[in-house]
Write a protein that binds this ligand. Sequence first.
Ligand code: DAH
Length: 347
Amino acid sequence: MEEKKDLNLSLQNLKAKALSDLEKIKDQVALDNWKTVYLNRSSEIMQIFKEIPLANPEERPRIGQNANIVKAELETQFESARERIKQAALTQNLTQDRVDVTLPGRIPERGRLHIASQTLQEIYRILAEMGFQVYRSREVESDEYNFELLNIPAHHPARDLWDTFYTTKESVILRTHTSPGQIHAMHEFAPEPVRIILPGMVYRYEQMDASHEIQFNQVELLAVGENITFGDLRGTLEEFVKRMFGSGVETRLRPSYFPFTEPSAEMDMQCIACQGKGCNVCSGTGWLEILGCGMVHPVVLKNGGYDPQRFSGFAAGLGPERISMLRYGIDDIRNFWANDVRFLQQF
Ligand code: DAH
């Protein structure tokens, strides 16, 4: 008689192997593979079912019963393995992605105004209290406004004072100072009196170093009216310096030259680093130059539309970056536009 395959033994081996494989499974992919190997239509258990009709008739019921029990067992164990893997994944997620609610929060960085803007705003505030209104004027200028109408004709030696950025368009330049705004304002207001400040960026074709930048701010003052005197100029500027730097600060005027003012002067203030004793900030003189000024030249008044016989005026130009440098001991003007937050954060 042909040797019959012992299906009961096969079932026993199959069950042992399937369950030991299942025990080792740790993830969903391996579990799916297990199911394909042990429970799908071509799996070993299904194969055994097909072979039952070939077994001895008296053994068939027991084998059939046995096969059913093994199949049911594999299915139950599969379900519990699936639950085990699901739970393990859940626990892992919870521990890995745990939010530590006791950690301190991240403090958002506070923004601030640039040091140049802070100084400008303080200058506006002080001069507004003294009756000056802000007048904005363009940064791209014509040669006519930047020079000619300010009494600086072409080939005038004073043009050497301003190294100019020219554009590719004839006579179109970047303003080298805020003074051309004087002419724009006078054209707008004449013959009414004016009392304004003209703040903004100016540009110079400079070799950059610790005290030279190719761009910086200026604040221009202009007052035009009847009976405006050099005394008004002096009183206004002295008052401004006292409000800006403190009431104890001494000032002095020195004669100077600018083509658009006559007479012209420069104002010095007592060195704030050494209170006038003399130090390296003031090169030992005890004084710091802080602005240029003068009485508006009759030619400039006329170019602005005022009759110089009837009207007079004073003007001044100051550098807010220089004021910031003096106040805070900043020793390199290039810091202002280098955008280094370590510098900017200090103010
Ligand atoms: N515009 C001059 C400069 O950039 C500064 C200046 C000097 C302006 C005297 C004035 C003034 O209004 O009266 O160097």
